[in-house]
Ligand binder design. Structure first.
Ligand code: NI
Length: 169
């Protein structure tokens, strides 16, 4: 089932999400829904709070659905190692139409649980490393605009306020 993506302004996006405890049927359904919602929105990553579920769960597929092996489910992910630096434009499904340059580590190693609750560790670089950082931020209630200059952030917020007033957000 495709869920609507929660947009910036909804408090769920800025609330630290809860630890995933149960890897039951409900979680499998949630994971399937998250992949479906992410592909429908043309995203490469989606965190549960973005569909209004405050759980430390995210799905990632930097192949955009082209490679089934690129599908990653991260429950309770943590970053255990970072190295290097990359500066690229970043966007977020919860802030459609806005992009900004964000500095992230070039290499990121995470530890997480998969959809079955099994622990895994994964080393990543480039876009996948960026996606891990972006999604793990979401689970802590942090949005990518927290990583841009205050000037740029205020500009984006002002534009969103205008869109809201016009009923376009
Ligand atoms: Ni995002």
């Amino acid at each position: 089932m495709i869920h609507p993506i929660v947009k910036y302004g909804d408090p769920v996006l800025e609330t630290p999400a809860k630890h995933v405890e149960k890897f039951d049927e409900g979680l499998q359904k949630l994971v399937a829904d998250m992949f479906e919602s992410m592909y429908a929105a043309n995203g490469v990553g989606l965190a549960a709070p973005q569909i209004g579920v405050s759980l430390r769960l995210s799905v990632i597929d930097v192949s955009n659905g082209k490679n089934p092996e690129a599908k990653i489910v991260c429950a309770n992910p943590i970053i255990v190692h970072v190295d290097g630096e990359q500066r690229e434009e970043e966007g977020c499904l919860s802030m459609p139409g806005f992009r900004a340059y964000v500095v992230r580590p070039l290499y990121v190693t995470i530890k997480a649980q998969d959809a079955a609750g099994k622990d895994f560790e994964m080393r990543s670089e480039g876009l996948l490393a960026r996606a891990f950082c972006h999604e793990i931020d979401h689970l802590g209630g942090t949005l990518f605009i927290q990583h841009v200059s205050m000037l740029k952030r205020d500009l984006i917020k002002r534009k969103i306020r205008k869109l809201k007033k016009a009923g376009d957000w």
